[in-house]
Design a protein around this ligand. Structure first.
Ligand code: 2F8
Ligand code: CA
Length: 220
């Protein structure tokens, strides 16, 4: 008897859970197969999201490709126009004695002057004595110009070589045994008795020599 009672009450609970499930789904309009429909709706949602993502990726890919193509075309055009400008500058500079090399114009004076006078001569032409920043630049100068003043001096502090813009010397192209000043050779010439790249000599500033002026181009 006691066992039957327990069974009956369990059935009652089971029935009441069924009723609750039916009522809830009925009210929601799902009927008894709601779980099935939920999963169908869910997978449709997933598919839609996947399609949307796919379309988005494709659009992005096309946009990036177009942008890449446009940038490359513009870079090519700029390069061509820069090359043409450089060529024109090279040709123009030869007309009035200035020579063009890697964003600078160079000019060798015809008159011989002391280092200070030479610097003044360059400045009057919107330039200054040459500052040599690379081996390529030194090679260009060594190949095209003879012995001449450059914009390097230790007149402010013996043995401390400074360029005319105040920057320190990092790489020097000194000739063999140079610099050898005992305090009286504070200015520098290039091409001293040599056409080698390494041809600098520290020299008396009051000697008279031709000079190399450099005028940098500001492209901006
Ligand atoms: O006139 C100064 C000049 O004299 C010599 O060159 C001829 C020195 N060279 C050597 O001692 C190798 C230069 O250093 C010096 O500046
Ligand atoms: Ca010397």
């Amino acid at each position: 008897m006691k066992g039957m009672k327990i069974e009956m009450s369990e059935n009652m609970y089971a029935n009441s859970e069924d009723t609750e499930f039916y009522t809830r789904n009925h009210m929601l309009g799902k009927g008894t197969s709601g779980t099935n429909r939920d999963s169908k709706t869910g997978s449709r949602c997933c598919m839609l999201t996947a399609v949307c993502l796919g379309v988005l990726c494709a659009v992005l890919l096309v946009a990036l490709s177009l942008l890449w193509f446009k940038l490359n075309t513009e870079i090519d055009q700029l390069q061509t126009s820069c090359e043409a400008k450089e060529k024109n500058l090279g040709m123009l500079s030869q007309l009035d004695g200035w020579r063009y090399f890697r964003s600078s114009f160079y000019y060798v004076s015809t008159e011989k002057k002391t280092w200070n006078e030479a610097r003044q001569h360059c400045r009057e032409r919107g330039a200054d004595l040459v500052i040599i920043n690379s081996e390529e630049e030194q090679k260009f100068i060594a190949e095209n110009m003879g012995i001449a003043w450059i914009g390097l001096t230790d007149m402010d502090s013996e043995g401390v070589w400074k360029w005319v813009d105040g920057s320190s010397l990092t790489t020097g192209y000194w000739g063999s045994g140079e610099p050898n000043s005992k305090g009286d050779e504070d200015c520098v010439v290039t091409g001293y008795k040599s056409t080698n790249v390494k041809s600098w000599n520290d020299y008396y500033c009051n000697n008279v020599e031709v000079c190399i002026c450099e005028r940098k181009i500001n492209w901006i």
